[in-house]
Ligand binder design. Structure first.
Ligand SMILES: Nc1ncnc2c1ncn2[C@@H]1O[C@H](COP(=O)(O)OP(=O)(O)O)[C@@H](O)[C@H]1O
Ligand SMILES: [Mg+2]
Length: 317
């Protein structure tokens, strides 16, 4: 049996909404049971913790009104799989380092970076980055459906945003405001006056006043329409771009894996123009499927070029 101390700690962490601590104590209970020779029970507890680590629905239970506005997704991909230039890599590493060692920074009255804006064309890894940051920090990832917030809740958007920021303060996690342009559209544009202006002002204030331990990420495909006032509220802004040759080569190598065979990604990369990371990954997947269906274990240069051309042609229709 778990000790009385462990049970009390479990209860305390539950009522404090400290899910990380709750999971840690559960694992301690499992270890305790294992030491007592109760290995089946220990395994069962470990299994429960693993299964529920990233599928908790606390946001929904905290705020039933927000269940259609916040999606929870399991963070999965690992940092080395994110192919970005060195400057972005360094800045992500710095965000992670500051977050992991925030107590050191806070001792000196400073705050760790935890409000991030990512801008860049579709398919360059903005959503993937949020998922990786969540994975690296062992935090759940919550995605706020901004377009729905604007369209479905027109008139009460600011009130909904307030509720969302209350959840952010209460439940530690990575919160992604995806396709953020919908709120961020520059104040004062003719068609954005009124409601949109109010919503944006509310959002700016919520971001500014947020003192939570959560990590807030806003992603946009359209930086041009974003108000510069908004950029100042973030601790860092990352500009994603279509991949350069070096990154294309890396993406193809990673994605083809054992199917690469003798294919030289460099020879293919030269022919690639105006394709996103996502397009290249999909072309690689398509080529692998082709190989499988033809009973082959390798992708040829020709197969990959065909798939890349297909992707490229889509944009010229
Ligand atoms: N920078 C990247 N490095 C590695 N894979 C990427 C990258 N960007 C996109 N991908 C691939 O494309 C998919 C879609 O990318 P996503 O993050 O949704 O793009 P965005 O949010 O910028 O539109 C990812 O899940 C991943 O498989
Ligand atoms: Mg995205």
């Amino acid at each position: 049996m778990a000790t009385a101390e462990q049970i009390k700690s479990l209860l305390r962490s539950h009522f404090d909404n400290d899910s990380e601590r709750f999971l840690t104590i559960s694992m301690q209970v499992a270890a305790h049971e294992a030491r007592q020779g109760h290995s089946a029970l220990a395994e069962e507890i470990k299994g429960l913790v693993e299964k529920n680590k990233f599928s908790r629905t606390r946001v929904i239970t905290l705020h039933p009104d927000l269940s259609d506005l916040i999606l929870q997704a399991g963070p999965e991909t690992k940092l080395p799989e994110l192919i970005v230039n060195d400057s972005i890599k360094t800045r992500i590493a710095r965000l992670l380092k500051e977050y992991r060692q925030k107590s050191k920074i806070q001792l000196f009255g400073l705050e760790n970076r935890r409000k991030l804006l990512i801008s860049g064309p579709p398919g360059t890894g903005k959503t993937l980055t949020a998922s990786i940051i969540a994975g690296e920090l062992h935090l759940p990832l919550y995605t706020i459906l901004v377009d729905k917030l604007i369209t479905k809740y027109m008139g009460e958007t600011a009130a909904k945003l307030r509720q969302i920021f209350e959840v952010i303060a209460r439940q530690k996690g990575v919160y992604l405001f995806d396709e953020f342009d919908a709120i961020g559209a520059e104040r004062g544009r003719d068609n954005e006056v009124g409601e949109m202006r109010r919503v944006l002002n509310a959002f700016l204030q919520f971001i500014e006043h947020d003192k939570s331990e959560s990590f807030i990420i806003a992603a946009t495909n359209n930086p041009g329409i974003l108000d510069k006032a908004l950029f100042r509220r973030f601790d860092d802004v990352l500009y994603y771009k279509l991949p350069e040759k070096e990154q294309v080569v890396q993406l193809i190598k990673n994605r083809l894996g054992t199917f690469k065979g003798a294919l030289q990604p460099e020879s293919v990369a030269d022919t690639i123009r105006a394709l996103s990371h996502s397009d290249i990954c999909q072309a690689c997947d398509d080529a692998i499927k082709d190989a499988i269906l033809e009973g082959k274990t390798k992708v040829t240069k020709e197969m990959l070029l065909n798939m890349l051309k297909d992707r490229f042609d889509v944009y010229r229709q």
